[in-house]
Design a protein around this ligand. Structure first.
Ligand SMILES: [Ca+2]
Length: 465
């Protein structure tokens, strides 16, 4: 039997609630992503283990947590000698390529390795007429990043060795800040009002002081984000609403271009008889606040940031329209891809293959909780505190240990430790921190025990004052 191909599409900061297969189309329509979901499986509890670009990308590639792979913050680059799933696939005879955003560093120790061909954006890269880095230098390509990354992917598919299986990574830059749409989508939503999220007016009253001090509010969006002067004469509340519309429309315009380009890839597979034997994956390196809690950006362990969209299509093993509510993590991707392609999963990968979940099996003992850690205390731009925590199927316990710990890109001062507890069933939007309520003492003790257990399992150190 021929080995499957893999197309792994990862965008940057695309929250699941901006995909209509997830949201039912509350704020936008994504027909091509919905096409992928209809032909495959939608994961409703896929989480990142550290909600920023570089660390999540390292976790995806290596199948390990950030305290193990060393990529804890945006200022820690990935050592390209680490074991990654593309390297293992290449060694097993797969043709491999990556096009688009890399954001794991550049130069001899950080450029992509394990790929037959690559072209990546330097750092964040540009939306318009972007420069790309190649093995043999830099070239600027005219056009729009999302289109170009797809063009490169299609060209590579066309010119590949057709006698061998392939693993193609399509890593979109969009819809990362500053959300610059292309001309085709520039006037989309122009005469519409996008619905505001349920928690746009969250007053953060019960949240920890450190979390409430984050600079992610609509009022923290700058000129490059808004791309227009704030109209005069608005009340403070009107200004927040105006800023939200400016932000979300550009964000959704960038998403619309991704959606169109996914359609081009899916069409190519259909037209070349590749659909049946190709695993197609769509995800984003983390989630994003789309005005939720009054915020943009990510970093926090709250649901909108923690959750990654995950859609997978593979007709040989996945029934169309399936939905999976089991917890899967970014560290589980690498072992799953290897498993699906018949390549042994190395013992030192910390994630677990979730291949059984694809066909509806639910293995006994499958994870019912997950460990999260954000290290980049009080980063200059966003002021989000360092924290770790545990999310179970029903609750979330967050410990703001509030210490930079000398991590690159983290800053002081050290603030007093704080805790938050959310009941995800009673309070799915995480408005009421119920940590201090006496009746929750037993639950808090239980969750602290689970947090300690998970830290021991993954080999991370608990914070000690
Ligand atoms: Ca990102």
């Amino acid at each position: 039997m021929s080995r499957p191909n893999l197309i792994f599409i990862m965008s940057d900061d695309h929250a699941a609630h901006a995909i209509s297969a997830y949201s039912g189309g509350r704020i936008n329509k994504t027909p091509q992503l919905d096409r992928l979901a209809a032909g495959g499986i939608r994961f409703d509890a896929c989480f990142c283990t550290n909600s920023i670009c570089t660390p999540s990308r390292a976790a995806v590639l290596t199948g390990t947590y950030n305290h193990v792979n060393g990529v804890t913050t945006l200022d820690t680059l990935m050592d390209n000698r680490l074991q990654t799933y593309p390297k293992l696939m290449q060694a097993a005879g797969y043709q491999t390529a990556v096009f688009g955003k890399w954001h794991l560093g550049h130069g001899p120790l950080h450029d992509p390795t394990g790929f037959d061909e690559w072209a990546v954006l330097p750092d964040q890269g540009e939306y318009h007429d972007p420069e790309f880095l190649y093995l043999d230098g830099r070239r600027t390509i005219e056009g729009y990043a999302t289109d170009i990354i797809t063009d490169m992917s299609l060209d590579w598919l066309e010119t590949r060795d057709h006698s061998r299986p392939f693993a193609l990574m399509v890593h979109h830059k969009a819809p990362h800040r500053h959300w610059e749409p292309d001309a085709k989508h520039a006037s989309m939503y122009e005469n519409e009002t996008i619905p505001e999220p349920h928690t746009l007016w969250d007053d953060h009253a019960t949240r920890s002081a450190a979390a409430a001090a984050a600079k992610l509010h609509m009022m923290d969006l700058d000129e490059a984000d808004l791309k227009a002067p704030v109209p005069e004469g608005l009340t403070p509340r009107e200004e927040v609403s105006w800023r939200y519309q400016r932000y979300i429309k550009d964000y959704l315009r960038c998403v619309a271009s991704i959606d169109d380009n996914i359609g081009r890839l899916l069409d190519y597979l259909d037209d070349h008889d590749l659909t049946e034997n190709t695993i197609v994956v769509y995800t984003s390196d983390q989630g994003f606040f789309l005005g939720d809690h009054g915020w943009f950006d990510k970093r926090f362990m709250y649901e909108e940031s923690l959750a990654m969209p995950l859609l997978m299509r593979y007709p040989k093993e996945i029934e169309g329209g399936a939905i999976c509510e089991a917890i899967v993590l970014n560290v589980d991707f690498a072992p799953t891809f290897l498993d699906l392609c018949g390549i042994p999963v190395p013992e030192d990968m910390q994630g677990t293959s979730f291949r059984p979940l694809l066909s509806g099996d639910h293995p006994d003992g499958w994870q019912r909780s997950m460990y999260y850690r954000y290290w980049m205390h009080r980063d200059r731009d966003h002021n989000v505190p360092a924290h770790y925590g545990v999310r179970t199927m029903t609750h979330k316990l967050i410990h703001y240990y509030n210490d930079p710990l000398g991590q690159p890109g983290a800053h002081g001062p050290v603030d007093p430790p704080e805790w938050e507890l959310y009941d995800l069933e009673a309070d799915p939007f995480e408005i009421d921190n119920v940590y201090a309520q006496p009746e929750n003492a037993d639950l808090v003790a239980e969750l602290k025990g689970e947090l300690a257990r998970l830290q021991a399992v993954v080999g991370d150190e608990p914070y000690v004052t």
